[in-house]
Write a protein that binds this ligand. Structure first.
Ligand code: ZN
Length: 445
Protein backbone atom coordinates (compact mmCIF):
# COMPACT_ATOMS: atom_id res chain seq x y z
CA UNK A 1 0.00 0.00 0.00
CA UNK A 2 2.81 2.33 0.95
CA UNK A 3 4.83 1.37 -2.14
CA UNK A 4 1.80 1.83 -4.41
CA UNK A 5 1.14 5.30 -2.99
CA UNK A 6 4.76 6.21 -3.58
CA UNK A 7 4.60 5.00 -7.20
CA UNK A 8 1.42 6.97 -7.83
CA UNK A 9 2.90 10.12 -6.32
CA UNK A 10 5.94 9.68 -8.58
CA UNK A 11 3.63 9.98 -11.63
CA UNK A 12 2.25 13.23 -10.23
CA UNK A 13 5.78 14.55 -9.66
CA UNK A 14 6.93 13.57 -13.15
CA UNK A 15 4.00 15.31 -14.84
CA UNK A 16 3.76 18.34 -12.57
CA UNK A 17 6.21 20.67 -14.40
CA UNK A 18 4.58 20.19 -17.82
CA UNK A 19 2.47 23.06 -19.18
CA UNK A 20 -0.62 21.29 -20.41
CA UNK A 21 -3.62 22.85 -22.10
CA UNK A 22 -6.56 21.62 -24.19
CA UNK A 23 -4.15 21.30 -27.14
CA UNK A 24 -0.41 21.49 -27.68
CA UNK A 25 2.88 19.83 -26.94
CA UNK A 26 2.48 19.71 -23.16
CA UNK A 27 -0.68 17.63 -23.61
CA UNK A 28 1.16 15.35 -26.07
CA UNK A 29 4.12 15.02 -23.70
CA UNK A 30 1.69 13.99 -20.96
CA UNK A 31 0.06 11.37 -23.19
CA UNK A 32 3.49 10.05 -24.19
CA UNK A 33 4.36 9.69 -20.51
CA UNK A 34 1.13 7.76 -19.86
CA UNK A 35 1.95 5.60 -22.91
CA UNK A 36 5.26 4.62 -21.33
CA UNK A 37 3.34 2.99 -18.47
CA UNK A 38 0.22 1.54 -20.10
CA UNK A 39 -0.67 0.75 -23.74
CA UNK A 40 -2.07 3.99 -25.15
CA UNK A 41 -3.49 4.87 -28.53
CA UNK A 42 -3.26 8.59 -29.24
CA UNK A 43 -5.74 10.33 -31.55
CA UNK A 44 -5.15 13.74 -33.12
CA UNK A 45 -8.23 15.71 -34.20
CA UNK A 46 -7.34 18.59 -36.57
CA UNK A 47 -8.17 22.20 -35.69
CA UNK A 48 -11.40 23.29 -37.32
CA UNK A 49 -13.02 19.83 -37.14
CA UNK A 50 -16.66 20.03 -36.15
CA UNK A 51 -17.33 17.86 -33.12
CA UNK A 52 -20.95 17.72 -32.00
CA UNK A 53 -21.86 21.41 -31.52
CA UNK A 54 -18.23 22.51 -31.12
CA UNK A 55 -15.15 23.08 -33.24
CA UNK A 56 -11.59 21.95 -32.45
CA UNK A 57 -9.68 25.18 -31.70
CA UNK A 58 -6.30 26.28 -32.96
CA UNK A 59 -3.39 24.58 -31.26
CA UNK A 60 -1.69 26.64 -28.55
CA UNK A 61 1.97 26.38 -27.63
CA UNK A 62 4.15 28.50 -25.36
CA UNK A 63 7.85 29.27 -25.71
CA UNK A 64 7.92 31.81 -22.89
CA UNK A 65 6.14 34.79 -21.34
CA UNK A 66 7.43 37.72 -19.32
CA UNK A 67 6.13 40.89 -17.78
CA UNK A 68 9.09 43.27 -17.59
CA UNK A 69 9.64 46.41 -15.55
CA UNK A 70 11.16 49.43 -17.34
CA UNK A 71 14.64 48.31 -16.20
CA UNK A 72 14.16 45.00 -18.07
CA UNK A 73 13.72 42.90 -14.95
CA UNK A 74 11.11 40.10 -15.34
CA UNK A 75 8.55 40.70 -12.61
CA UNK A 76 6.48 37.80 -13.89
CA UNK A 77 8.11 34.88 -15.71
CA UNK A 78 6.25 31.85 -17.12
CA UNK A 79 9.39 29.80 -16.56
CA UNK A 80 9.03 30.21 -12.80
CA UNK A 81 5.44 28.94 -12.75
CA UNK A 82 3.35 28.03 -15.79
CA UNK A 83 0.18 29.20 -14.02
CA UNK A 84 1.43 32.77 -14.60
CA UNK A 85 0.17 32.82 -18.18
CA UNK A 86 -3.55 33.03 -18.91
CA UNK A 87 -4.11 29.88 -20.97
CA UNK A 88 -4.57 30.52 -24.69
CA UNK A 89 -3.02 34.00 -24.44
CA UNK A 90 -2.37 35.38 -27.92
CA UNK A 91 1.20 36.47 -28.79
CA UNK A 92 2.05 40.00 -27.66
CA UNK A 93 5.23 42.08 -27.58
CA UNK A 94 4.66 45.68 -26.63
CA UNK A 95 4.83 48.23 -23.86
CA UNK A 96 1.54 48.91 -22.09
CA UNK A 97 0.51 51.42 -19.45
CA UNK A 98 -0.10 50.17 -15.92
CA UNK A 99 -3.76 51.07 -16.45
CA UNK A 100 -4.09 48.92 -19.56
CA UNK A 101 -2.20 46.11 -17.86
CA UNK A 102 -4.68 46.10 -14.98
CA UNK A 103 -7.42 44.62 -17.18
CA UNK A 104 -5.15 41.70 -18.02
CA UNK A 105 -4.13 40.72 -14.50
CA UNK A 106 -5.71 37.96 -12.41
CA UNK A 107 -5.08 37.53 -8.69
CA UNK A 108 -6.87 36.35 -5.54
CA UNK A 109 -7.26 39.15 -2.97
CA UNK A 110 -8.59 36.64 -0.43
CA UNK A 111 -5.56 34.35 -0.91
CA UNK A 112 -2.89 37.01 -1.53
CA UNK A 113 0.10 34.67 -1.77
CA UNK A 114 -1.39 32.24 -4.31
CA UNK A 115 -1.34 32.35 -8.10
CA UNK A 116 -4.72 31.57 -9.68
CA UNK A 117 -5.22 29.27 -12.69
CA UNK A 118 -7.23 30.93 -15.45
CA UNK A 119 -8.09 30.08 -19.05
CA UNK A 120 -9.39 32.00 -22.05
CA UNK A 121 -9.65 29.26 -24.66
CA UNK A 122 -11.99 30.98 -27.04
CA UNK A 123 -11.52 34.66 -26.10
CA UNK A 124 -8.60 35.94 -28.27
CA UNK A 125 -7.03 37.80 -25.39
CA UNK A 126 -3.98 37.66 -23.14
CA UNK A 127 -3.27 37.92 -19.44
CA UNK A 128 -1.06 37.17 -16.48
CA UNK A 129 -1.99 35.38 -13.27
CA UNK A 130 -0.02 36.35 -10.20
CA UNK A 131 -0.26 36.57 -6.45
CA UNK A 132 -2.17 39.57 -5.19
CA UNK A 133 0.86 40.74 -3.24
CA UNK A 134 2.94 40.74 -6.44
CA UNK A 135 0.17 42.57 -8.26
CA UNK A 136 0.09 45.30 -5.63
CA UNK A 137 3.86 45.70 -6.03
CA UNK A 138 3.48 46.63 -9.72
CA UNK A 139 3.89 50.38 -9.18
CA UNK A 140 5.67 51.44 -12.39
CA UNK A 141 3.69 53.43 -14.96
CA UNK A 142 4.62 51.19 -17.90
CA UNK A 143 5.46 47.52 -18.39
CA UNK A 144 6.65 45.46 -21.33
CA UNK A 145 4.42 42.48 -22.14
CA UNK A 146 6.25 39.68 -23.93
CA UNK A 147 4.11 36.65 -24.66
CA UNK A 148 5.83 34.24 -27.01
CA UNK A 149 3.02 31.86 -27.90
CA UNK A 150 1.71 30.33 -31.11
CA UNK A 151 -1.92 29.82 -32.02
CA UNK A 152 -1.95 27.86 -35.25
CA UNK A 153 -3.85 25.13 -37.03
CA UNK A 154 -2.75 21.89 -35.42
CA UNK A 155 -4.74 19.31 -33.52
CA UNK A 156 -6.29 18.26 -30.26
CA UNK A 157 -4.85 15.09 -28.75
CA UNK A 158 -6.42 12.44 -26.57
CA UNK A 159 -5.29 9.01 -25.51
CA UNK A 160 -7.13 5.72 -24.94
CA UNK A 161 -6.03 2.55 -23.24
CA UNK A 162 -8.38 -0.28 -24.17
CA UNK A 163 -8.08 -3.54 -22.24
CA UNK A 164 -10.25 -6.09 -24.02
CA UNK A 165 -12.45 -8.35 -21.92
CA UNK A 166 -14.49 -11.47 -22.57
CA UNK A 167 -17.41 -9.36 -23.72
CA UNK A 168 -17.58 -6.18 -25.75
CA UNK A 169 -19.53 -4.26 -23.14
CA UNK A 170 -17.33 -1.52 -21.81
CA UNK A 171 -16.43 0.23 -18.61
CA UNK A 172 -15.38 3.80 -19.41
CA UNK A 173 -12.92 5.44 -17.05
CA UNK A 174 -11.95 8.99 -17.92
CA UNK A 175 -9.55 11.57 -16.51
CA UNK A 176 -9.04 15.09 -17.83
CA UNK A 177 -5.47 16.02 -18.65
CA UNK A 178 -5.57 19.67 -19.72
CA UNK A 179 -4.44 21.50 -16.58
CA UNK A 180 -0.87 22.81 -16.25
CA UNK A 181 0.99 22.58 -12.91
CA UNK A 182 -1.97 21.56 -10.75
CA UNK A 183 -1.43 18.35 -8.81
CA UNK A 184 -4.77 17.23 -7.40
CA UNK A 185 -6.95 18.67 -10.15
CA UNK A 186 -5.91 16.45 -13.00
CA UNK A 187 -2.61 14.75 -12.14
CA UNK A 188 -3.90 12.73 -9.17
CA UNK A 189 -6.59 11.11 -11.29
CA UNK A 190 -4.20 10.49 -14.19
CA UNK A 191 -1.83 8.74 -11.75
CA UNK A 192 -4.59 6.62 -10.20
CA UNK A 193 -5.95 5.73 -13.66
CA UNK A 194 -2.47 4.55 -14.71
CA UNK A 195 -2.30 2.44 -11.55
CA UNK A 196 -5.74 0.93 -12.13
CA UNK A 197 -5.04 0.15 -15.79
CA UNK A 198 -1.83 -1.64 -14.80
CA UNK A 199 -3.68 -3.78 -12.26
CA UNK A 200 -6.50 -4.55 -14.69
CA UNK A 201 -4.07 -5.50 -17.44
CA UNK A 202 -2.81 -8.35 -15.26
CA UNK A 203 -6.12 -9.96 -14.38
CA UNK A 204 -8.85 -11.76 -16.31
CA UNK A 205 -11.57 -9.35 -17.36
CA UNK A 206 -15.23 -9.95 -18.11
CA UNK A 207 -15.76 -6.39 -19.33
CA UNK A 208 -13.65 -4.38 -21.74
CA UNK A 209 -12.08 -1.39 -19.99
CA UNK A 210 -11.48 1.86 -21.83
CA UNK A 211 -9.37 4.52 -20.13
CA UNK A 212 -9.77 7.92 -21.73
CA UNK A 213 -7.25 10.70 -21.12
CA UNK A 214 -8.66 13.79 -22.81
CA UNK A 215 -8.67 17.53 -22.30
CA UNK A 216 -11.75 18.63 -20.35
CA UNK A 217 -14.99 19.41 -22.20
CA UNK A 218 -13.70 19.73 -25.77
CA UNK A 219 -11.72 16.48 -25.51
CA UNK A 220 -14.68 14.53 -24.15
CA UNK A 221 -16.89 16.08 -26.84
CA UNK A 222 -14.37 15.11 -29.54
CA UNK A 223 -14.26 11.55 -28.21
CA UNK A 224 -18.06 11.29 -28.02
CA UNK A 225 -18.30 12.62 -31.58
CA UNK A 226 -15.79 10.08 -32.90
CA UNK A 227 -17.29 7.16 -30.96
CA UNK A 228 -20.96 7.96 -31.24
CA UNK A 229 -21.85 4.73 -33.00
CA UNK A 230 -18.82 2.70 -31.94
CA UNK A 231 -17.77 2.63 -28.30
CA UNK A 232 -20.53 4.82 -26.86
CA UNK A 233 -23.37 2.27 -27.22
CA UNK A 234 -21.20 -0.36 -25.55
CA UNK A 235 -20.65 1.64 -22.33
CA UNK A 236 -22.30 -0.28 -19.45
CA UNK A 237 -20.62 1.56 -16.59
CA UNK A 238 -18.56 4.73 -16.42
CA UNK A 239 -16.52 6.70 -13.95
CA UNK A 240 -15.08 10.17 -14.33
CA UNK A 241 -12.04 10.46 -12.06
CA UNK A 242 -10.77 13.73 -10.58
CA UNK A 243 -9.17 15.10 -7.41
CA UNK A 244 -8.17 11.73 -5.97
CA UNK A 245 -5.12 12.82 -4.00
CA UNK A 246 -6.27 15.23 -1.29
CA UNK A 247 -7.13 14.31 2.29
CA UNK A 248 -10.91 14.50 1.77
CA UNK A 249 -13.12 11.42 1.92
CA UNK A 250 -14.12 9.71 -1.35
CA UNK A 251 -17.19 11.33 -2.88
CA UNK A 252 -19.46 9.88 -5.54
CA UNK A 253 -21.54 12.10 -7.75
CA UNK A 254 -24.39 10.05 -9.16
CA UNK A 255 -25.02 9.58 -12.85
CA UNK A 256 -27.82 11.60 -14.44
CA UNK A 257 -29.96 8.46 -14.29
CA UNK A 258 -29.38 8.39 -10.53
CA UNK A 259 -30.02 4.67 -10.20
CA UNK A 260 -27.65 3.23 -12.76
CA UNK A 261 -25.87 0.04 -11.72
CA UNK A 262 -22.65 2.00 -11.25
CA UNK A 263 -24.38 4.22 -8.69
CA UNK A 264 -25.25 1.15 -6.61
CA UNK A 265 -21.88 -0.49 -7.20
CA UNK A 266 -19.93 2.52 -5.93
CA UNK A 267 -22.21 2.99 -2.93
CA UNK A 268 -21.78 -0.67 -1.99
CA UNK A 269 -17.99 -0.53 -2.48
CA UNK A 270 -17.72 2.58 -0.30
CA UNK A 271 -19.83 0.92 2.36
CA UNK A 272 -17.81 -2.30 2.24
CA UNK A 273 -14.57 -0.31 2.48
CA UNK A 274 -15.84 1.14 5.76
CA UNK A 275 -16.02 4.66 4.35
CA UNK A 276 -18.78 7.01 5.35
CA UNK A 277 -20.41 7.20 1.94
CA UNK A 278 -20.49 10.72 0.55
CA UNK A 279 -22.90 10.72 -2.34
CA UNK A 280 -23.96 13.78 -4.28
CA UNK A 281 -26.88 14.05 -6.68
CA UNK A 282 -26.25 14.70 -10.36
CA UNK A 283 -26.08 18.27 -11.57
CA UNK A 284 -25.09 19.43 -15.07
CA UNK A 285 -21.85 20.98 -13.86
CA UNK A 286 -18.40 19.70 -12.89
CA UNK A 287 -16.08 17.60 -15.05
CA UNK A 288 -16.79 15.51 -18.14
CA UNK A 289 -19.80 13.79 -16.62
CA UNK A 290 -21.49 16.89 -18.06
CA UNK A 291 -20.82 15.57 -21.55
CA UNK A 292 -21.30 11.83 -20.94
CA UNK A 293 -24.58 12.60 -19.13
CA UNK A 294 -25.90 15.11 -21.68
CA UNK A 295 -29.45 14.02 -22.51
CA UNK A 296 -28.66 12.63 -25.98
CA UNK A 297 -26.10 10.21 -24.55
CA UNK A 298 -27.33 9.85 -20.96
CA UNK A 299 -24.60 7.31 -20.23
CA UNK A 300 -24.45 5.48 -16.89
CA UNK A 301 -21.45 7.56 -15.82
CA UNK A 302 -20.86 9.12 -12.41
CA UNK A 303 -17.89 10.88 -10.91
CA UNK A 304 -15.45 9.76 -8.24
CA UNK A 305 -13.45 12.44 -6.44
CA UNK A 306 -12.20 13.07 -2.98
CA UNK A 307 -12.87 16.79 -2.46
CA UNK A 308 -15.13 17.90 -5.32
CA UNK A 309 -14.08 20.71 -7.66
CA UNK A 310 -14.31 24.13 -6.08
CA UNK A 311 -14.79 22.68 -2.58
CA UNK A 312 -11.21 23.06 -1.35
CA UNK A 313 -9.32 26.35 -0.97
CA UNK A 314 -6.35 25.12 -3.01
CA UNK A 315 -8.61 24.49 -6.03
CA UNK A 316 -7.31 26.14 -9.23
CA UNK A 317 -4.43 27.85 -7.42
CA UNK A 318 -0.69 27.39 -7.04
CA UNK A 319 -1.42 25.73 -3.67
CA UNK A 320 -2.72 22.67 -5.55
CA UNK A 321 0.88 21.49 -5.62
CA UNK A 322 2.91 18.35 -4.93
CA UNK A 323 2.61 18.74 -1.16
CA UNK A 324 -1.18 18.92 -1.37
CA UNK A 325 -1.39 15.45 -2.93
CA UNK A 326 -0.79 12.66 -0.41
CA UNK A 327 0.57 9.23 -1.30
CA UNK A 328 -1.81 7.52 1.12
CA UNK A 329 -4.81 9.27 -0.45
CA UNK A 330 -3.74 8.18 -3.93
CA UNK A 331 -3.30 4.60 -2.70
CA UNK A 332 -6.66 4.67 -0.91
CA UNK A 333 -8.37 5.93 -4.07
CA UNK A 334 -6.82 3.12 -6.08
CA UNK A 335 -7.91 0.56 -3.49
CA UNK A 336 -11.50 1.81 -3.65
CA UNK A 337 -11.43 1.66 -7.45
CA UNK A 338 -10.15 -1.93 -7.28
CA UNK A 339 -13.09 -2.79 -5.08
CA UNK A 340 -15.45 -1.10 -7.54
CA UNK A 341 -13.94 -3.02 -10.45
CA UNK A 342 -14.16 -6.31 -8.56
CA UNK A 343 -17.84 -5.63 -7.92
CA UNK A 344 -18.45 -4.79 -11.58
CA UNK A 345 -16.70 -8.01 -12.60
CA UNK A 346 -18.37 -10.34 -10.10
CA UNK A 347 -21.93 -9.04 -10.15
CA UNK A 348 -24.49 -11.21 -11.90
CA UNK A 349 -27.96 -12.62 -11.64
CA UNK A 350 -28.53 -16.25 -10.81
CA UNK A 351 -31.35 -18.72 -10.34
CA UNK A 352 -31.60 -21.16 -7.46
CA UNK A 353 -31.87 -24.63 -9.00
CA UNK A 354 -33.46 -26.08 -5.85
CA UNK A 355 -36.04 -23.47 -4.81
CA UNK A 356 -38.63 -25.71 -3.15
CA UNK A 357 -37.63 -25.72 0.51
CA UNK A 358 -34.07 -25.11 1.52
CA UNK A 359 -31.59 -27.42 -0.16
CA UNK A 360 -29.61 -29.61 2.17
CA UNK A 361 -26.33 -27.78 2.53
CA UNK A 362 -24.44 -30.34 4.60
CA UNK A 363 -24.84 -33.06 1.99
CA UNK A 364 -23.19 -30.77 -0.56
CA UNK A 365 -20.28 -29.86 1.69
CA UNK A 366 -21.33 -26.24 1.92
CA UNK A 367 -21.14 -25.99 5.71
CA UNK A 368 -17.47 -26.86 5.45
CA UNK A 369 -16.93 -23.83 3.23
CA UNK A 370 -18.57 -21.36 5.58
CA UNK A 371 -16.01 -19.11 7.16
CA UNK A 372 -13.28 -20.34 4.86
CA UNK A 373 -11.74 -18.74 1.82
CA UNK A 374 -13.88 -19.45 -1.18
CA UNK A 375 -14.93 -18.03 -4.45
CA UNK A 376 -13.59 -17.90 -7.93
CA UNK A 377 -15.58 -14.86 -8.95
CA UNK A 378 -12.85 -12.84 -10.56
CA UNK A 379 -10.35 -11.74 -7.95
CA UNK A 380 -12.78 -11.83 -5.06
CA UNK A 381 -11.64 -13.99 -2.17
CA UNK A 382 -13.75 -13.56 0.87
CA UNK A 383 -15.35 -15.30 3.78
CA UNK A 384 -19.08 -15.75 4.06
CA UNK A 385 -21.38 -16.91 6.80
CA UNK A 386 -24.40 -19.18 6.74
CA UNK A 387 -26.86 -16.31 6.61
CA UNK A 388 -25.16 -14.91 3.50
CA UNK A 389 -25.47 -18.31 1.86
CA UNK A 390 -29.17 -18.43 2.72
CA UNK A 391 -29.75 -14.92 1.40
CA UNK A 392 -28.13 -15.80 -1.93
CA UNK A 393 -30.23 -18.95 -2.22
CA UNK A 394 -33.38 -17.13 -1.24
CA UNK A 395 -33.06 -14.13 -3.53
CA UNK A 396 -31.50 -15.84 -6.55
CA UNK A 397 -34.79 -16.01 -8.40
CA UNK A 398 -33.59 -14.35 -11.59
CA UNK A 399 -34.70 -10.88 -10.60
CA UNK A 400 -32.10 -9.97 -7.97
CA UNK A 401 -28.46 -9.42 -8.83
CA UNK A 402 -25.73 -10.26 -6.31
CA UNK A 403 -25.44 -6.52 -5.74
CA UNK A 404 -29.16 -6.36 -4.90
CA UNK A 405 -28.69 -9.26 -2.51
CA UNK A 406 -25.73 -7.61 -0.75
CA UNK A 407 -27.76 -4.44 -0.22
CA UNK A 408 -30.85 -6.31 0.98
CA UNK A 409 -28.89 -8.63 3.28
CA UNK A 410 -26.59 -5.91 4.57
CA UNK A 411 -23.59 -8.11 3.75
CA UNK A 412 -20.34 -7.14 2.04
CA UNK A 413 -20.51 -7.73 -1.69
CA UNK A 414 -17.36 -9.86 -1.60
CA UNK A 415 -19.00 -12.25 0.87
CA UNK A 416 -22.14 -12.51 -1.27
CA UNK A 417 -20.05 -13.19 -4.38
CA UNK A 418 -18.02 -15.83 -2.56
CA UNK A 419 -21.19 -17.52 -1.29
CA UNK A 420 -22.60 -17.48 -4.82
CA UNK A 421 -19.43 -19.07 -6.16
CA UNK A 422 -19.65 -21.85 -3.57
CA UNK A 423 -23.32 -22.44 -4.43
CA UNK A 424 -22.49 -22.52 -8.10
CA UNK A 425 -19.79 -25.11 -7.53
CA UNK A 426 -22.38 -27.17 -5.67
CA UNK A 427 -24.77 -26.94 -8.62
CA UNK A 428 -27.31 -24.87 -6.71
CA UNK A 429 -27.18 -21.79 -8.97
CA UNK A 430 -27.48 -21.39 -12.71
CA UNK A 431 -27.21 -18.20 -14.80
CA UNK A 432 -30.44 -16.24 -15.12
CA UNK A 433 -32.31 -15.32 -18.29
CA UNK A 434 -29.91 -14.48 -21.06
CA UNK A 435 -27.28 -16.56 -19.36
CA UNK A 436 -23.62 -15.83 -19.34
CA UNK A 437 -24.03 -12.25 -20.55
CA UNK A 438 -25.49 -11.37 -17.18
CA UNK A 439 -23.38 -13.66 -15.07
CA UNK A 440 -19.67 -13.57 -14.32
CA UNK A 441 -17.71 -16.19 -16.18
CA UNK A 442 -16.32 -18.61 -13.61
CA UNK A 443 -12.58 -18.61 -13.32
CA UNK A 444 -11.99 -15.86 -15.84
CA UNK A 445 -9.69 -15.75 -18.87
ZN1 ZN B 1 -9.95 22.14 -12.96
Amino acid sequence: MRAIGHDLHAHVEALFPVCRSITGDGLRQTLRYIGEHIPLQISEIPSGTRVLDWEIPLEWNVRGAWLRAPDGRAVVDFARNNLHLLQYSVPVDRVVSRDELEGHLYSLPDQPTLIPYRTAYFAQTWGFCLSDQDRIALTETKYRVQIDTTLQPGSLSYGECVLAGQCEEEVLISAHCCHPSLANDNLSSIAVAIGLARLLAERPRRFTYRFLFAPGTIGAIAWLHANRSAAVPRVRHGLVLANLGDAGAPTWKRSRRGDAAIDHIVAQAMHDAGLAPQVLPFEPYGYDERQFCSPGFNLPVGRLTRSPAGMFPQYHTSADNLDFVRSESLAGSLELLQRIVETIEADGTWINTCPYGEPQLGRRGLYAKIGGQAGDAGQLRSQFDQLTLLWVLNLSDGSHSLLDIAARAGKPFAAVAAAAAALREAGLLRPAGDGEARAPVPGGS
